[in-house]
Design a binder for this molecule. Structure first.
Ligand code: NAD
Length: 260
C-alpha cells in the first residue's frame, strides 16, 4: 500500500497520467495532479479522486515548459503533504512531420515537455527522497525510447533522452532506497494518439483510416492497443516495495513491438 505516501504525476488531466494518478490514489497515496484542460473538468476529476479513494488530491497548473513552475510544484507538494515520495514524469506531446519541415518551435516545445521537464522535477524531488531514503521515480517514456519511427524526430529524440536520464539518475541514487525507471508503452488509445492521425496520414500519403491498421497496430504484434489501466498497474507495481530492486529499467509494455 502507498498510504501516507505522496505522488506527483505530471500531465495527469488526461490519458495515461490520469489513470496513473487514480491508480496510485487507489493504493492510498495522496496525489498532485497536473496538466492543462477545462478548469471545471479538472476540478471534477480532482474531487472524484478524493471521494472515491479517501485520499487528498491537489491540482498544480505548472507548465512543464517552465523550469521555475516545475520546481515550485515540487516545493508546494512537499509543503502541503510533507514529502514527495513518488514522482511520475508523464506529461508529453507529439508532433508528426518530416524532419526538413519540422517546425523549430515544436522541436523546442517537445524537448522541453517530454524531456527537460523530467530533469527539472527530478532535480527538485531528489533531495527530499534522499533525506528520507525512499523514493520512486517513474518516467513515462515510450517504445520510442528504444526504437524510432519516421516523422517523429523530436519525440523519438526526447524519449531516447528520457532513457538516458532514467539510467543515469538510477545510478546516482541507487544506495538511497530510490528507484528510477522508465515505462515504455506501445500505442495506447489516448487523445495524444488520436490527434496525430491526420498528420501521420499526410506525412505517409495514406488515408486516416489506414493509419490505425497500417501504422499504429502494424507495430504491435498483439494487434491491440495497450490500455491506460495496464500502464497504470505497471506504475503501481514499480512504486511498490516489491519492486525495490528494479531500477534503471526501460520497462516495456508494448504488445511485443520492440521484440521485432
Ligand atoms: P494525453 O494527451 O492524453 O495526455 C498528456 C497530458 O500532458 C495531459 O494531461 C496534458 O494536459 C499534459 N500536458 C501537455 N503539455 C503540458 C505542459 N506544457 N505542462 C503540463 N502538462 C502538459 O497523452 P497520453 O497518451 O496520455 O500521454 C502521456 C505520456 O505517455 C506522454 O509522455 C506520452 O509521450 C506517453 N506515451 C503515450 C503513448 C500513447 O500511445 N498514447 C505511448 C507511449 C508513451
Amino acid at each position: 500500500s502507498l498510504k501516507s505516501r505522496t505522488a506527483v504525476v505530471t500531465g495527469s488531466t488526461s490519458g495515461i497520467g490520469l489513470a496513473i494518478a487514480r491508480a496510485l490514489a487507489a493504493e492510498g497515496a495522496n496525489v498532485v495532479i497536473n496538466g492543462f484542460g477545462e478548469p471545471a473538468a479538472i476540478e471534477r476529476e480532482r474531487a472524484m479522486i478524493e471521494r472515491e479513494f479517501g485520499v487528498k488530491a491537489v491540482y498544480s497548473g505548472a507548465d512543464m515548459t517552465k523550469p521555475a513552475e516545475i520546481a515550485q510544484m515540487i516545493a508546494d507538494a512537499e509543503k502541503a503533504f510533507g514529502s514527495v515520495d513518488v514522482l511520475v514524469n508523464n506529461a508529453g506531446i507529439q508532433h508528426v512531420a518530416p524532419v526538413e519541415e519540422f517546425p523549430i518551435e515544436k522541436w523546442d516545445q517537445i524537448i522541453a515537455i517530454n524531456l527537460s521537464s523530467a530533469f527539472h522535477a527530478i532535480r527538485a524531488a531528489v533531495p527530499g527522497m534522499k533525506a528520507r531514503r525512499w523514493g520512486r521515480i517513474i518516467n513515462t517514456a515510450s517504445a520510442h525510447a528504444l526504437v524510432a519511427s519516421p516523422f517523429k524526430s523530436a519525440y523519438v529524440a526526447a524519449k531516447h533522452g528520457i532513457a538516458g536520464l532514467t539510467k543515469t539518475v538510477a545510478l546516482e541514487v541507487a544506495t538511497y532506497g530510490i528507484t528510477v525507471n522508465a515505462i515504455c508503452p506501445g500505442y495506447v488509445w489516448t487523445p495524444l494518439v488520436e490527434k496525430q492521425i491526420p498528420d501521420t496520414a499526410k506525412a505517409r500519403g495514406i488515408s486516416e483510416a489506414e493509419v490505425k491498421e497500417k501504422v499504429l497496430l502494424a507495430s504491435q504484434p498483439t494487434k491491440e492497443f495497450v490500455t491506460v489501466d495496464e500502464v497504470a498497474a505497471y506504475a503501481v507495481f514499480l512504486a511498490s516495495d516489491a519492486a525495490r530492486s528494479i531500477t534503471g529499467a526501460l520497462a516495456t509494455i508494448d504488445g511485443g513491438w520492440t521484440a521485432e
